[in-house]
Design a protein around this ligand. Sequence first.
Ligand SMILES: [Fe+2]
Length: 379
Amino acid sequence: MESSRGNGFDIHVPSRMPLSPGRNTDASGKQTDRLGGRVRSLARLLNPWTSHSPVSYYYAIPPCWLCPGKRIPFALYGRSLSGEMVHLLPPHRVYNPVGDGHDRETEPSRVFIRKDSAPDLISYLDSNLDEVVDHPHMDAAGKAEVFYYLAYRRLEAVYRSPGRLVLTDVKQIIALMIEQIITCPETLQQVYELAQKNAGRIAEHPRSTILHSLNVGILSTFFVTTVLAHLPRGIAEEIALAYFFHNIGMMLLPRDVVNHRGDLNDRAWSLIRQHPRWGVEIMGRRYPLTPEMGGIIGGHHERLDGTGYPGALTSHDLHFFVKTCAVMDTLHALISRRSYRGPLPLAEALREVRHRIPQGYDPRIFSQIIRVFREYRLF
Ligand SMILES: [Fe+2]
């Protein structure tokens, strides 16, 4: 097959794409545009909660998702001047745009993949997450999107297999989050928007539990690393790990208990009250928990006046990190959709938490959260 250099790629002879069931039609036979289908947004492509129905043939992806010098497991396509789709790079070839790959002049503005390559793309992004997020052309919104949805996927893999609890991938995400996301206010704002938007969407356990844990993990880690700016990185990462897994004990609860729509009976409540302890047991089996980490996982439902569970601890028993998790956990739960109620608006959720001060939550931590989140234009 003839090939030539140009546009930064090995370009095969421009050819019409193998469109099936018919040229420029979708799977239902409906006429589509010259790209062979409606291009999905990046959010739809990465979002684990959307279904990929077969209505389009291609996804447009930004070239900054592709790492120069790396083998790409899927084929890349471009659009010719006449609007036809052309092969840019066959699968399993090294992506090598002219120059160092960081020069916008040598990169195409848009490349396409076939829709059935989406799983390969997601696993490619997951394997090269550090480099993708670090790409100089990646803007804050793109960085947030890749980080947030891949973080969910990694967290979900661990939450759904609590018996195995392999934490390597999540620890890498946490290090990346502290390094790149939390230290960049613009990206943080984009991540916060995604967190807030998604909180109102997913109601059913276990997805809602995993999503909640991700969001509480991000927001609590941002808060403590901001107010404790000199916290050593290693400790910050351990605390973050506990925030991400504060609810892992919920995975041992029967689904019908968590998704129950009416009032819970005594048996259900007694099970729910165990989940912080179960969380400590699950995590403790595979990870050397520090007292602070164990405190966060085991104490996130404790309240200052001793009315919480499972230990009915009081204020002086609870570390700053635990009290922070208690506020963030409640606040985020209130703005989240549940199977038995809709999400509250943020202002109402804040009012609700304020009403429970000082019996339930630490007033100083609550004020600090408001101040810091306003300062970073999150609230
Ligand atoms: Fe909980």
